[in-house]
Design a protein around this ligand. Structure first.
Ligand code: HEM
Length: 132
């Protein structure tokens, strides 16, 4: 059952469909940003058809307890950081878009949880990618 917050009628990030909509909108921001887009398109050279299902599966695991994501996210960003250093400003921008899209389009417990997790993991990632 998906829930809508009574105050504002925005959906929560509580179904795979809502998570898919969130990921689309979040990446629309990332891929239109002059600072971040080249990291995806030039440095990592992502194939969006492979990338989106992974991002969706990642958030379905963290928010819905699904178990379809089994990759080492930290190592993937460590390798990315070795190709092009990810800076504090990059992390700030990434997180700003995440919170902006989450608050703009969604509301509820899972949405709050998603923002908390993104904040914690980005801080943690910022630290560990520089460690050997
Ligand atoms: C400076 C901030 C960030 C940038 C520029 C960034 C960029 C990227 C790029 C370019 C990829 C594709 C890597 C590849 O396929 O080789 C990727 C993958 C991914 N990122 Fe990030 N990322 C950032 C922060 C984060 C954070 C904080 C999280 C989690 C909260 C996250 C979650 C993921 C996930 C789940 C993948 C998919 C990895 C896979 O292929 O399984 N990213 N990111």
């Amino acid at each position: 059952m998906s829930s809508h917050s009574p105050q504002n009628n925005k959906p929560d990030l509580d179904t795979p469909e809502h998570i898919a909509v969130f990921v689309e909108s979040f990446y629309e921001c990332l891929l239109n940003d002059d600072r971040l887009a080249p990291i995806f398109t030039d440095v990592a050279n992502i194939d969006i058809r492979e990338h989106f299902p992974r991002i969706r599966a990642y958030w379905e695991k963290l928010l819905l307890g699904k178990n379809d994501y089994h990759r080492h996210t930290m190592n993937i960003h460590r390798e990315l950081n070795a190709k092009q250093a990810l800076l504090d400003e990059d992390f700030k921008q990434w997180l700003d878009y995440f919170i902006y899209v989450a608050d703009r389009d969604f509301s509820g417990q899972k949405t709050e949880r998603a923002k908390q997790i993104a904040t914690t993991i980005s801080q943690n990632m910022r630290k560990v990618i520089d460690l050997a």
